[in-house]
Design a protein around this ligand. Structure first.
Ligand code: C2E
Ligand code: MG
Ligand code: MG
Length: 571
């Protein structure tokens, strides 16, 4: 009796010391969630003394952001807010683990939480920067397309019209050449500000590129009412743009041209609408500029070409016109080749090489992407098997996955069968999935990814920073790797904002045990930055063009012989 009392006291002391030494806030509750013990970190996080916490309900102190997910897998981190004694709140990431007795009843729960305020702040900043044009502070191209997409979806449900006005400054190059780039930039800022000032509530503006802007108008149930509104707004916008202004003591006159397209009449999706508004803009330019044009079907050869391309794409598989290119990936600490990304190419006889951005979206509109995806997986496995005959263990190869592929019912079986047929281990491959794909149907996707992960496949998040940019939301998926989008890498050596963001992404990813790949590395300055900031891998044109399977095999051989071509870059 005495011995058992002593051991239980020792273990109790030991437990107390253990608890108080933990950096994470810990709450131990009874089976109903009523707090029985708390550690020092919990006292600090909640702003209560440890004693005050005892007896309170844990679920009243930590408010889950997602009630539904709270019933999900216990060990998965969730997100929530902590209500502190002083009334303030702190964002936290936390887990709840059930403690069972011998009969498997829950007798107690352990809550472990830590502060993620700083991470939230950084995520918000990433999101802002990823969506905003840094010069004019209006939506950038990506964000504008996103808004247009949402407007179309809403209009489809409520049978309304959406208009897009595509604006382009006339002879902007002359302004740049005559007055210099800084005057050019100021002119664009003024142009954006004046455009915004003319817009009412149901309008949004974005900068699509250099001197190209677009305005999105919603909220009309009748086509004639919308046309009347636009017929009044369009000349007003051009007039506002045309008023002279002063930059560095010089008087600048600027005019613009505009093309207008209306959903659903002139196109029923983002790509077609922007393209058709652009076709109308082209007509306005041809008419001398400083005017606007409505889109009409005869302006557009693009739509016809698109249809033709689609039917040719159907035949591309039969005609063996698809190719896979490989882009090597290097480890930054050693300069070793440690992976490659498979990139799809379409070798269209009369047109030359077509890049994925020109046909993957087309394929994604139909089930064609499923056949393409299947072809890619088979090709990668076959190439991998061939490399293995020369190099015992080729590095891991990643391939890109589309949303529709994940949505297929038989996707898992199909992947399993393909590996088996080629005799390739799933551990040799990595799947790249974008954030937006992951977040489309997270609950279903988690299940599929868990199964893929269970097979031994690696999983990577592609283009991080261009979607919702929430590492917290991504925590529920079994991810190994995060790829920083090239739009952030591009200016990392010259732009302080981008540098700070990339640094923050690397730190956050590492704190979640993710490896980080920088995409689109083109210069030694970018490479240096990434190495200094602890990024794990880099890929990009700095290490040459993408290559076919045979060329990649040669690269593997020269690596194995220790004569890696790009070692000097890492010296
Ligand atoms: P991604 O997965 O983000 O691929 C990276 C893209 O950046 C590739 O373009 C690559 O050629 C390009 N890139 C690589 N290094 C550099 C660089 O240093 N500078 C610049 N400017 N660009 C660089 P690519 O091959 O045109 O692919 C574009 C996108 O198409 C890919 O983006 C991916 O989302 C998609 N894609 C490619 N192959 C497939 C595929 O097999 N299946 C699916 N579903 N999508 C694919
Ligand atoms: Mg990729
Ligand atoms: Mg990418």
């Amino acid at each position: 009796m005495r011995t058992s009392l002593r051991t239980s006291t020792i273990s109790r002391d030991y437990l107390d010391r253990l608890l108080s030494s933990m950096g994470e806030a810990l709450l131990i509750t009874d089976m109903n969630g009523r707090i029985e013990r708390a550690n020092a970190a919990a006292g600090e996080l909640f702003g209560h003394t440890e004693g005050e916490l005892v007896g309170k309900l844990a679920d009243e102190l930590i408010l889950s952001n997602d009630r539904r997910r709270a019933e999900g897998v216990a060990s998965r981190p969730r997100e929530g807010a902590v209500l502190r004694a002083d009334g303030s709140t702190i964002s936290v990431s936390y887990t709840v683990a059930n403690v069972h007795n011998d009969r498997n009843d829950v007798v107690s729960k352990v809550y472990a939480a830590h502060n993620i305020d700083e991470r939230k702040r950084v995520e918000q900043r990433i999101r802002y920067l990823a969506r905003t044009d840094s010069l004019t502070k209006i939506a950038n191209r990506m964000q504008f397309q996103h808004m247009l997409q949402q407007a179309i979806a809403r209009a489809r449900r409520s049978q309304q019209y959406v208009a897009i006005l595509y604006l382009d400054v006339d002879r902007f190059k002359d302004i740049n050449d005559t007055f210099g780039h800084s005057a050019g930039d100021t002119s664009l800022e003024i142009f954006a500000r004046r455009t915004l000032a003319e817009l009412g509530e149901n309008a949004h503006a974005g900068r699509l590129a250099g001197d190209e802007f677009a305005v999105l108008i919603t909220g009309f149930e009748r086509l004639d009412a919308m046309q009347t509104h636009l017929g009044e707004l369009a000349p007003r916008l051009l007039q506002a743009a045309g008023k002279p202004f002063q930059v560095h003591g010089e008087e600048i006159f600027l005019t613009a041209s505009m093309g207008i397209a209306i959903y659903p009449r002139d196109g029923d999706n983002v790509i077609d609408l922007i393209r058709n508004a652009d076709a109308a803009l082209y007509q306005a330019k041809k008419a001398g500029g400083n005017c606007f044009e409505w889109y009409s079907a005869d302006m557009n050869t693009a739509a016809v070409e698109r249809l033709m391309l689609k039917s040719k794409l159907r035949r591309a598989l039969e005609r063996d016109e698809l190719r896979l290119h490989y882009q090597p990936k290097y480890r930054l600490t050693t300069g070793r080749l440690e992976g490659a990304e498979a990139l799809l190419r379409w070798d269209l006889p009369e047109r030359g090489v077509v890049l994925p951005s020109d046909f993957v979206p087309l394929a994604e509109e139909t089930n064609l992407i499923l056949q393409l995806g299947d072809w890619v997986l088979n090709r990668v496995c076959a190439d991998y098997r061939a490399w293995q005959r020369t190099v015992p263990s080729p590095c891991r190869v990643s391939l890109n996955l589309s949303l529709r592929q994940l949505q297929q019912r038989r996707f898992l079986d199909q992947v399993r069968d393909t590996f088996r047929a080629h005799g390739v281990s799933p551990t040799s491959l990595e799947l790249e999935i974008t954030e937006s794909t992951l977040m489309e149907d997270p609950e279903r996707t988690v299940r599929i990814l868990d199964a893929l992960y269970g097979m031994g496949l690696h999983l990577a998040i592609d283009d991080f920073g261009t979607g919702y940019s929430s590492l917290s939301a991504l925590q529920q998926f079994p991810i190994n790797t995060l790829k920083i989008d090239q739009s952030f890498v591009r200016n990392v050596a010259t732009d302080r904002d981008d540098a700070a963001i990339v640094d923050a992404i690397i730190q956050m990813a590492h704190s979640l045990q993710l490896e980080v790949v920088a995409e689109g590395v083109e210069s030694e300055a970018q490479l240096d930055f990434l190495r200094k900031h602890g990024c794990d891998y880099a890929q990009g044109h700095l290490f040459g063009e993408t290559m076919n399977a045979d060329q990649f095999c040669e690269l593997l051989i020269s690596e194995a012989e220790g004569s890696g071509k790009y070692r000097a870059l890492f010296a």
